[in-house]
Ligand binder design. Structure first.
Ligand SMILES: C[S@@+](CC[C@H](N)C(=O)[O-])C[C@H]1O[C@@H](n2cnc3c(N)ncnc32)[C@H](O)[C@@H]1O
Length: 236
């Protein structure tokens, strides 16, 4: 999963003992060599799906990191593309990789934008929010979208209980809970709580109509359901 060009175990440990913001500042130069960067095998089907419902005018990549989602926005948006993240280090790398986008340093829970966007995407970042924050997060996105604008993000199906993925995620979340119980500042990163049923209910409560698009390129589960869906929430 990690390459020789990626972070060392020591660097990862230092990062994991920092705050989320500081941790990503430290990881930024090597972030693209880690499995945490959303890979093209996920970005490409999302771009293909959004192309069929686009084009959109202005696009925002929420928690953009080094800019994985900005390539998607470049493909489907005709106007401005903006990346927002609270890590200066990640924004610096993104600026080098996608120089045509604009970048804003801000907390996703306090977005400093008017309702100017037609599309907001987000990849790989929801684990940094606890369930009690989903409502505020979605209402921030709602406020920066124009009426009829869309918030789109891929959501993998939960791992089957007893599978390797299930135990890996359970183990990871367990380690993070212990770490956060004994160490300050906290590093919030939990894989399991961001579940479709809760997310759907919270998006509806915030003022979105939700539809799901299958991403067939990402495969099927044994029961034939998609391994990953694109959640498309439209501002009423
Ligand atoms: C796992 S990285 C994902 C980066 C990129 N979206 C990708 O898919 O490769 C998570 C990103 O979320 C950012 N982030 C986490 N919490 C945030 C918050 N409250 N406000 C803004 N950015 C946040 C981190 O700084 C980091 O860049």
């Amino acid at each position: 999963m990690f390459t020789p060009q990626g972070p060392t175990l020591r660097e990862l440990a230092v990062q994991a003992l920092s705050s989320v913001e500081r941790g990503y500042d430290l990881l930024a130069p090597k972030f693209d060599q880690t499995p945490f960067r959303t890979p093209d095998i996920v970005l490409d089907p999302v771009a293909r799906t959004l192309r069929s419902s686009g084009p959109y005018e202005n696009g925002l990549d929420l928690c953009c990191g080094t800019g994985a989602g900005l390539g998607v926005l470049r493909e489907v948006c005709t106007g401005r593309t903006v990346g927002v993240d609270f890590s200066v280090g990640m924004l610096q790398v993104a600026r080098g990789e996608e120089p045509t986008a604009s970048y804003v340093r801000a907390d996703a829970l306090a977005l400093p934008f008017a309702p100017a966007f037609d599309l907001v995407v987000s990849f790989g970042a929801f684990g940094h929010f606890v369930p009690g924050q989903y409502g505020e997060l979605f209402s921030q996105v709602h406020q920066v979208l124009r009426p009829g604008g869309q918030f789109a993000f891929p959501l993998p199906a939960p791992a089957r209980p007893g599978s390797r993925g299930y135990w890996a995620m359970l183990g990871f979340d367990g380690v993070m809970r212990v770490r956060n119980a004994v160490w300050r500042p906290p590093f919030v990163m939990y894989y399991r709580p961001f579940k479709l049923s809760d997310v759907r209910r919270e998006l509806g409560r915030t003022g979105f109509d939700v539809t799901l698009r299958a991403l067939p390129e990402l495969g099927e589960r044994p029961d034939g359901s998609p391994r990953c869906r694109l959640v498309v929430a439209t501002r009423r």
